[in-house]
Design a protein around this ligand. Structure first.
Ligand SMILES: Cc1ncc(COP(=O)(O)O)c(C=O)c1O
Length: 361
């Protein structure tokens, strides 16, 4: 039976990539698995260089940005950012639009002076007011936002245009939108994203940061979170997650073969349009998020008669639609459509939803 994995992450991987991993698992090079190579070997050094090069090409990353392969997921970056970037007396602004930006702000507050410049994390319609209405601090070292709220299904469809932005000081958590659209580097100080949604499997978090931000920290911080040290050691201060980086490399190769970032962006738009068109044009299902900030990636939805939800979930699971259950705090359903999800999978989901609607209408 064909299965479609709509899980929010760890998420679906392209079949071609899984097959390549299977094919190379026992003998990647020289009769050894990639998992058995020492990380200081030329082979693994090349693997990291190739991954970095592919990311640079795909995302058009300017030369004055450094790419670091960090561990501890995006959550480790929640603490690493204030630890590395805020000296005493300095502050940062956080924009909270949902669960993950709240988590980022809560963690950062442990290590720095953090102001919430906008909090719409509980807005049921996902409306993000224009930047002119944000309570930005004129002297904020950086302004942090979560590009795509994986749980609420709220996305910044364009880069925030901060009024009076004199230097590029935005930092975005792009964990769930990585490699699904272009990044306006002229406004960014850094972006970071865990790999397990759009770049393979859990274990590595890509941090892309302005070289000029890699100053030696004045206060003592954990070595493993120290950006300058990680840059100096080419992300190999400790044993790096080589297998996760190997999968990430295969994913970047796959994306290049699909037509690169424009192809992924187009697919994200087509997939989400197909699903929203259907959800919006019937009286049976509902997604409350306003059009200006609706996620192209994660689509949470409910049945208006919520008593029917367990029945749909059971039917979907039986028919091969996996991990459609909504996040535990939100309930309902969530269709996560990362780069590996073809249009065909979303069409199959729409057909299932239609079939269920017709039965209960
Ligand atoms: C937007 C966003 N940020 C951060 C995280 C946390 O990532 P990790 O579990 O890799 O720390 C997630 C996980 O789903 C996420 O969706």
């Amino acid at each position: 039976m064909q299965t479609w994995n709509f899980g929010a992450g760890p998420a679906m991987l392209p079949q071609a990539v899984l097959k390549k991993i299977q094919h190379e698992l026992l003998d990647w090079k020289q009769g050894m698995s990639v998992m058995e190579f020492g990380h200081r070997t030329k082979e693994i050094e090349d693997l990291f260089l190739n991954l970095e090069q592919n990311l640079r090409t795909l995302l058009a990353i300017p030369a004055d940005f450094t790419i670091l392969f960090m561990q501890g997921g995006a959550r480790a970056q929640f603490s690493a950012l204030p630890l590395n970037l805020l000296c005493s007396g300095e502050k940062a602004d956080y924009i909270t639009t949902g669960h993950w930006s709240n988590q980022a702000a809560l963690e950062a507050k442990k290590f720095g002076d953090i102001q919430i410049a906008l909090d719409v994390s509980n807005a049921p319609d996902g409306v993000i007011p224009p930047c002119e209405n944000w309570m930005l601090s004129p002297d904020a070292k950086y302004v942090h936002y979560t590009d795509n709220e994986t749980i609420e299904g709220v996305e910044f469809l364009s880069t925030p245009n901060l009024p009076n932005q004199t230097a590029p000081n935005l930092i975005a958590d792009i964990t769930s939108s990585l490699l699904s659209k272009a990044i306006d580097w002229s406004k960014m100080g850094a972006v970071y994203g865990s790999a397990q949604k759009n770049l393979g499997i859990a274990g590595v978090c890509v941090l892309i940061i302005r070289q000029s931000w890699l100053k030696q920290s004045v206060k003592p911080i954990p070595a493993i979170l120290d950006f300058a040290l990680m840059a100096e050691t080419k992300s190999m201060y400790n044993t790096p997650p080589v297998f996760a980086c190997y999968v990430a490399l295969l994913i970047t190769e796959w994306i290049i073969a699909q037509g690169g970032l424009p192809a992924m962006q187009l697919l994200a738009e087509q997939r989400s349009a197909l699903l929203y068109d259907y959800l919006d044009n019937n009286h049976f299902y509902i997604n409350n998020i306003n059009i200006a900030s609706r996620s192209r990636i994660n689509v949470p939805f409910n049945i208006k008669n919520r008593a029917l939800e367990p029945e749909l979930l059971e039917l979907a699971t039986k028919q091969g639609f996996k991990q459609l259950k909504g996040h535990r705090v939100k309930g309902g359903f969530r269709a996560s459509m990362y780069n590996a999800m073809p249009l065909e999978g979303v069409q199959a989901l729409v057909n299932l939803l239609k079939q269920f609607e017709q039965k209960h209408r």
